[in-house]
Ligand binder design. Structure first.
Ligand code: PAF
Length: 298
């Protein structure tokens, strides 16, 4: 049987951990506070509440060399986490499923470990945390998994897909990540600056900015089509009109945002490729100002 180690008890991580445990899988939680041997988490889907009591993984080495790591940390937390796992004896051929908003996180570190098997998980599930150990799945979405560097579908994929459907394997996860990146670059900073739920972006002024964000992203990555990106952004705005996006939740809680891996990433790509990405750069700057005023200690 595969051993699954879920990092963090954030909104999404809790649901994957609980789903795997309900499927009878061997699941451990990797958390900051490792005083306890066992952690109780609660997950709710459509008002159906379930409780899981899961063992806490004490070190990366103790998880075993065949463990599959499900890493649900914010983009900026990925590098320090991986460094810590390496320090704790993460096996050389570790299998890591990574899921966060944005691009470019821990890229150099991952390149320095060519034996790691890295998989990206892109999901449209809408989840939030009612309290530290209680996650609510507000909107059931779809998830896609694929290898960062071309690799065959691993054997454990069917178990994962059966535990938390719908999950589809894709040989082109990079394209999916770029589409999700465009959605987050358009929605997150604009809804955050408006301090409102995503539905606020149905205005004409927001439309103009969304168009500009998508056009710049399609110039940075020529495999993308600005019209398609824009249509997807508006579809997500419709579907999540009542939600407060993750960036606004981060700002409200005084946490660091993922801006450096969203519009900040596009801005850096623009500089590198000598392409003008003014709207993305401006949005990144505005969010950084807001972030600093929300929590001067960041
Ligand atoms: O980051 C988020 O909040 C979500 O990815 C999305 C899709 C923008 C909905 O709020």
């Amino acid at each position: 049987m595969t051993r699954w180690v879920v990092v963090g008890t954030g909104a999404l991580g809790s649901h994957w951990a609980a789903a795997l445990s309900r499927a009878g899988e061997d699941v451990q939680l990797y958390v900051r506070d490792r005083q306890h041997k066992q952690l109780d988490i609660t997950t709710s889907v459509h008002e159906q509440i379930s409780h899981s009591s899961l063992p806490v993984c004490q070190t990366a080495a103790a998880a075993g060399k065949d463990a599959v790591w499900l890493v649900f940390v914010k983009a900026w937390q990925l590098e320090p986490l991986l460094l810590q796992l390496v320090d704790e004896g993460l096996p050389q051929q570790a299998q890591l499923i990574v899921s966060h908003n944005g691009m470019g996180a821990a890229e150099e570190l991952i390149q320095e470990h060519p034996d790691w098997q890295v998989f990206d998980l892109v999901t449209t599930h809408g989840a939030w945390r009612q309290d530290r150990y209680h996650s609510i799945l507000a909107g059931l979405g779809h998830s896609w998994l694929g290898a960062r560097h071309a690799a065959a579908q691993p054997q454990w994929f069917t178990t994962l897909a059966a535990a938390f459907p719908p999950l589809t394997w894709t040989d082109d996860i990079t394209l999916r990540r770029w589409h999700k990146l465009a959605i987050n670059c358009a929605i997150n900073p604009l809804a955050t600056l408006a301090q409102s739920s995503n539905g606020v972006l149905r205005s004409d002024s927001a439309r103009t900015k969304i168009r500009a964000v998508c056009e710049e992203i399609a110039k940075v990555n020529l495999a993308l089509d600005a019209n398609e990106l824009e249509a997807q952004v508006h579809e997500v705005i419709r579907a999540t009109a009542g939600n407060r996006c993750s960036m606004l939740q981060d700002i409200t809680a005084g946490r660091r945002t993922e801006i450096d891996y969203l519009n900040g990433f596009i801005c850096r790509q623009g500089v590198e490729k000598q392409i003008v990405t003014r709207t993305n750069c401006e949005l990144a700057d505005q969010i950084r100002v807001l972030e600093a005023s929300a929590n001067p200690q960041l």
